[in-house]
Design a protein around this ligand. Structure first.
Ligand code: GCV
Length: 726
């Protein structure tokens, strides 16, 4: 307590909120995984205290003062001691945090810094002249900050410090959150309150949240933030708003975080007074050049533009008979002199294209491979439809060897139960990243496409659609924090396992007690399959109620565009169910490498998780376990419900290890999750029964209500619905 009071006085600006909350209430979750409470294991504590008696921190840059504050908070909190900064102590027992060039001479020879890049770092235990040091070093300040967070993570997870030898270099260059935040502070598909960007009070008022947000992101290696919704408002590019963006960029800069903005394609008309936004028009070209110059004059390290064009009603180059290539290169040309990037989204499907929606992005972009300017990245959602609980990997991955493809994951749970369901998303991310595209033979994983190693790309990227809002715990569900954390860790290293991420996050956020970590980790890992089972088993997809996507709506079939209707995706009829994407159907499978196409086409090798994604099968089709497809569907729905019951049991037993407030919060949410899992099972099985005309399998609990009852449920104010201002 003594330490916290002191810190509050000295670091009011930077860390007041984190520290004050950590001091008086450990339970509201605001501090995220940066919870530096005193290490409770006495032996570990004493060991750390003797290993780190003093700290040598060289340098006075803005980032180095962030590092200093973090060490004061981290060491002060975890070790419950006053942090003593002093010059190099030849006697040892010192933590050294220094850029390589500034390291004491006698320690330099222990490091080879080649290939470490700007953001990489090393952490190493060194014995020198009988004295012992733990050294964090890097070429640049930002590497040092990342190394500091990793060092603190070692303490938070009670790791041994005796023989540390860590070299970390991020495998992906652009690691960004995408905020679908609107200027009125609503968030499209946001379930944790309103936007944390208070555009009204910016630039004059710097909310403490902005600093805490930067700190949380930097701690997991996120180095960029796209502040605004891809369904963009051109106002963000006006001088009035750019002043506000500049203020945020200044807060984020010491944390290595660049700001990016979404650029509305029609901005030259809406805010520029031009009559066209045609990408080949000379005035339009000049307008974007001038705009880029204006932005870079204000924000010299501006990241670039993210663009959603000719998709779901957004304007784009096709309005003028031009292509996505013309549009992307228009903006790339404007940003190129300043080192800016254009992140062009591949999430396109057209009301004028009657082919399977899953095929459209591939058809649109593959012919353009190799024609984009060097500063263009194509941002591709993990699957070809839309962030479903399970989707096969997007066929574009590996199919554009000359274009950097950036991954787009959704961290917010638009189709996974909003912020009410506990679903550990890194398990989904891992599944996608480890999928084999076979584009350059076996082992051509999506991870290798994304980190650029499969085709030697010059730039690589990963984006996560943020789940952050102004809820006190940032993400609504306390376990939603794990998805933000896990996204950052996987963007840094797409080869990490979901299990390691869960392990780390639990230790940082709750407790190092194995009796807590093991069962809860298991629960997190299994939670992803549970949601697939109780929402979209056996490859079913997009059967959500429309608009808000809350709850089941497999019966919806009256919307103007066919591909907006769930009936388009499940194609249930008296014969069977599922979307035939083989040669006898839409032939979307032809967009994959031959090995993948073959595997998914052949019913003997197609994993049952993807069955109805690729095949329309009779209700009495025999599954691998010998049951009919109809029974199998019912059993999967039931399995999902039972898995949530198991989660409730597991969590109930965790009471001794979690503070009451967070324990109760998660318990209440799990109870809602169970109710909703049952709702999904009952509504979907009753609906599909109208086609199968078969009895429910005996193991399935019978529905509580009639189909008409489920169809009658309406949620006009479900959160996250897309505003209609555009
Ligand atoms: C931001 C889906 C979502 C939309 C979202 C869109 C996109 O359609 O429902 O809310 O718009 O994807 O990713 O552009």
């Amino acid at each position: 307590m003594r330490q916290s009071i002191k810190l509050k006085v000295r670091y009011f600006f930077g860390f007041f909120l984190f520290v004050s909350i950590a001091s008086f209430s450990m339970s509201n979750g605001y501090e995220l995984w940066l919870n530096y409470t005193k290490i409770s294991d006495e032996a570990t504590l004493l060991k750390y205290r003797s290993t780190i008696q003093t700290v040598f921190l060289e340098g006075t840059s803005e980032t180095q003062s962030v590092i200093k504050n973090e060490l004061e908070m981290g060491l002060g909190g975890l070790l419950d001691t006053e942090v003593v900064f002093q010059g190099f102590n030849k006697g040892g027992n010192q933590l050294i945090v220094s850029k390589y060039n500034d390291l004491p001479q006698e320690l330099k020879s222990s490091f080879i810094m080649d290939g470490l890049s700007k953001e990489g770092y090393k952490i190493k235990t060194i014995e020198s002249n009988g004295a012992s040091f733990v050294v964090v070093t890097a070429n640049e300040d930002i590497g040092l900050l990342y190394g500091t967070y990793n060092f603190l993570r070692l303490l938070q997870t009670h790791s041994a410090l005796e023989n540390v030898d860590i070299t970390e270099i991020p495998k992906v260059d652009v690691r960004v959150l995408n905020h679908w935040d609107n200027l009125d502070r609503t968030i499209e598909r946001g379930f944790a309150g309103f936007s944390i960007w208070n555009w009204h009070t910016l630039p004059g008022y710097i909310d403490q949240r902005y600093i805490d947000y930067a700190r949380a992101n930097a701690s997991v290696g996120i180095n960029g933030t796209v502040l605004t919704n891809v369904n963009a408002n051109a106002l963000i590019l006006t001088p009035q708003y750019l002043e506000k963006v500049k203020a945020l960029a200044e807060v984020f800069r010491p944390y290595g975080i660049k700001v990016y903005l979404t650029a509305r394609f029609s901005a030259p008309i809406e805010i520029g007074g031009l009559e066209t936004a045609d990408p080949l028009d000379a005035d339009v070209i000049q307008w974007w050049k001038d705009k880029a110059k204006e932005i870079y004059t204000m924000i010299p390290d501006f990241g670039g533009f993210v663009v959603k064009a000719n998709s779901e009603g957004q304007p784009g180059p096709q309005n003028y008979g031009r292509s996505h290539l013309d549009g992307a290169n228009l903006m790339a040309n404007a940003l190129e002199p300043f080192g800016g990037l254009v992140i062009w989204r591949a999430f396109v499907y057209s009301e004028h294209d009657p082919t399977d929606r899953a095929k459209q992005a591939y058809s649109e972009f593959v012919p353009e491979d190799g024609k984009f300017m060097d500063n263009v990245l194509l941002q591709v959602k993990n699957g070809a439809i839309d962030f479903q609980p399970r989707e096969p990997f997007h066929p574009l991955f590996g199919a554009m060897p000359k274009t950097p493809l950036m991954m787009e994951f959704q961290i917010t749970k638009e189709y996974l139960g909003f912020a009410t369901h506990l679903v550990f998303l890194p398990k989904l991310y891992e599944e996608v990243l480890q999928s084999d595209t076979y584009r350059k033979g076996k082992g051509s994983t999506v991870a290798k496409v994304i980190d650029g190693s499969l085709n030697n790309k010059k730039v690589s990227g990963m984006a996560g659609v943020s789940n952050v809002g102004n809820d006190i715990n940032w993400t609504g569900h306390p376990f939603g924090q794990a998805d933000w954390y896990g996204f950052g860790r996987l963007a840094w290293n797409p080869y990490m396992t979901a299990e390691d991420i869960a392990d780390e996050w639990l230790r940082l956020t709750f407790s190092n007690d194995e009796k807590f970590v093991e069962p809860v980790k298991q629960m997190m890992i299994e939670s992803r399959e549970a949601v697939v089972n109780y929402m979209n088993p056996l490859g079913l997809h997009h059967i959500f109620d429309t608009g808000h996507h809350y709850g089941p709506g497999p019966w919806v079939g009256n919307l103007s565009r066919p591909e907006w209707n769930p009936v388009y995706y499940h194609k249930a009829d008296s014969e069977g169910v599922g979307f035939d994407r083989t040669k006898t159907g839409s032939n979307a499978l032809s967009q994959y490498a031959p090995e993948v196409e073959k595997m998914f086409t052949d019913l003997k090798t197609c994993p049952e998780e993807y069955l109805l994604w690729f095949h329309h099968l009779p209700w009495d089709y025999t599954l691998k376990n010998g049951r009919t497809l109809w029974d199998g569907l019912g059993l999967k729905y039931q399995e999902g419900v039972d898995e949530v019951r198991d989660m409730i049991k597991t969590w109930e037993a965790m009471k001794p290890y979690v503070d009451d407030a967070r324990h109760h919060q998660v318990s209440m949410l799990l109870d809602i999750q169970l109710e909703e899992a049952i709702w999904w099972k009952d509504a979907c099985m009753l609906y599909f029964q109208t086609f199968s005309k078969m009895e429910f399998p005996r193991e399935m609990e019978k529905p509580e209500h009639t189909l008409d009852y489920y169809k009658s449920l309406k949620f006009p104010f479900a959160p996250g619905i897309r505003p209609r201002w555009d």
